[in-house]
Design a protein around this ligand. Structure first.
Ligand SMILES: Cc1cc2nc3c(=O)[nH]c(=O)nc-3n(C[C@H](O)[C@H](O)[C@H](O)COP(=O)(O)OP(=O)(O)OC[C@H]3O[C@@H](n4cnc5c(N)ncnc54)[C@H](O)[C@@H]3O)c2cc1C
Length: 460
């Protein structure tokens, strides 16, 4: 813990506010999206600009303080906050500039994807991001990033053109294909291990209104649906995206009352092609097994991105585990259905997000994200509303994951991991791990940035 003089000096140097546990606003500032996490940092610096980030990095390095870096605060295991250390809270650094002529957007690390989608949507432009608009830009991007646009336009990192980074020694550098290319390679999937990103530049694509919405089937049809989905999607037109879900139907429109509270399987479609061609794209699945409910229609892309925000507001309790999936044999599908039937709470769910198409056209060693031969990024989420739910959602998630892990490609998307230890981090990067460790030792040899899915610096 720094002494009083040091704290006063930091407070005077910062353009933003410095919060201590006794300050008004401290408890609000340490809240994360996942209410299961309850960390107590010694200091929270609400950074107003890059100079504030540099001040935090320098102080943490000089005093050997644990350093947390907070973007949107959506990370499952709550890695944005550290107990008894200093947190650089970037949520106020939310500058955003769209360049419609160049088809790029420059984004501050305090922006959520909702901020980006709305600003770009005004120009009928978008980049690749996740399916909940309150998620932060930095954590999602640095882990890889996948969503509705992924089959057509790749991962979020495949659309990252440049990043400005505060390094462990306090230097500020720009990383792109020409400057610090090794750092730029590592940032595209390697998480927050290499520095604090203070600005992202993304490529944009023409995306206006899309056709989107769910098809829902009874659990009795789930095995057959998942088999057809497995066969359909990898060869489908890249204008089609659809993530598979096991879920409980929420008691709200557009779902009919007869389905409320029922466990079902569903596919949440998004179609970027000509409207009249969607039926043909869905026919192999939908004509074979009739859905019990469907609600697919035109929607602006920013609205689609916010569709699940109300279902999953901040403050729920989450435990999740993931794995990348290359193939889904029939016996794995049977196990999925058996475990999904036991979903312990109405908000618990399982999602299979497609990561084929454009993702496969980038070489596995071209960026730090290594699983470019897989078809899905899977996540099992136990979600509760009360402390009493914690054990049951944890047990269900772990048992489900253990049953399916043998059918996985070995590792998980880092943004779908709990704090699971070094072997799991290695598995998340497989062939790219050693190169990441070498870049880490160049940019952060003392492992200042270690409150993340940590890559240990390679010995030099
Ligand atoms: C409901 C929900 C839905 C999701 N859906 C998707 C999805 O569709 N697709 C997908 O790809 N992911 C998805 N995710 C996962 C998401 O990518 C991660 O939770 C991600 O960590 C969120 O980023 P954040 O900025 O909000 O995280 P934070 O919790 O703020 O930070 C996450 C990690 O990144 C580090 N970090 C934060 N900011 C910076 C920075 N500026 N520089 C360096 N390091 C930094 C932190 O230290 C921490 O280790 C979802 C998450 C939730 C909760």
């Amino acid at each position: 813990m720094p002494d009083e003089n040091t704290i006063q000096e930091l407070a005077a140097r910062l353009h933003g506010q410095l919060l201590r546990p006794t300050d008004a606003g401290y408890d609000e500032a340490r809240k994360l999206y996942n209410a299961m996490i309850d960390r107590h940092p010694a200091l929270i610096a609400r950074c107003a600009d890059e100079a504030d980030v540099v001040a935090c990095v320098n102080l943490a390095r000089e005093l050997g303080l644990p350093l947390g870096v907070r973007g949107g605060g959506h990370n499952g295991p709550g890695l944005a906050l550290v107990d008894d250390g200093l947190v650089a809270d970037l949520s106020g650094m939310d500058a955003l500039a769209v360049d419609p002529a160049e088809r790029t957007v420059r984004v501050g690390p305090g922006c959520t994807w909702g901020d980006v989608d709305r600003a770009c949507g005004e120009h009928r432009l978008a980049t690749v991001s996740g399916i909940i608009s309150t998620t932060g830009v930095p954590g999602l991007t640095l882990g890889g990033g996948h969503g509705y646009l992924t089959r057509k336009y790749g991962l979020t990192v495949d659309n990252l053109l440049e990043a400005e980074v505060v390094l462990a020694d306090g230097q500020v550098v720009t990383a792109n294909a020409d400057d610090h290319p090794d750092l730029f390679w590592a940032l595209r999937g390697g998480g927050g291990n290499f520095g604090v990103v203070t600005s992202f530049l993304f490529r944009l694509h023409k995306v206006g209104e899309v056709l989107a919405g769910p098809s829902v089937w009874s659990m009795d049809d789930a095995e057959a649906v998942l088999r057809r989905y497995r066969d359909l999607l990898p060869t489908a037109d890249e204008n089609l995206s659809g993530f598979f879900a096991f879920m409980t139907v929420p008691p709200a429109p557009p779902f009919p009352e007869s389905l409320h509270g029922q466990k079902v399987c569903a596919i949440m479609w998004c179609w970027l092609g000509k409207p009249e061609e969607l039926d043909g794209a869905l026919a192999p699945l939908r004509d074979a097994i009739a859905p019990v409910f469907e609600h697919i229609g035109p929607i602006g892309y920013p609205a689609l991105q916010g569709m699940f925000d109300a279902l999953y507001p901040p403050g729920l309790r989450w435990y999740w585990k993931g794995d990348f999936i290359r193939t889904l044999p029939d016996e794995a599908i049977a196990l999925h259905v058996a475990h999904a039937r036991e979903m312990p709470t109405p908000l618990s769910a399982v999602h299979l997000f497609p990561i084929d198409g454009a993702v496969h056209r980038v070489a596995p060693d071209a960026t730090a994200f290594g699983y470019r031969d897989c078809h899905w990024s899977s996540v099992i989420v136990g979600v509760g509303e009360r402390l009493e739910d914690d054990d049951v959602i944890r047990d269900w998630t772990r048992n489900y994951w253990q049953a399916l892990h043998p059918y996985s490609a070995g590792g998980a998307y880092v943004n779908f991991m709990e704090d699971e230890g070094e072997e799991r981090v290695r598995a998340a990067y497989r062939g790219n791990y050693d190169r990441l460790a070498a870049v880490k030792s160049r940019y952060d040899p003392a492992n200042l940035f270690r409150h993340n899915q940590n890559i240990r610096p390679a010995p030099v």
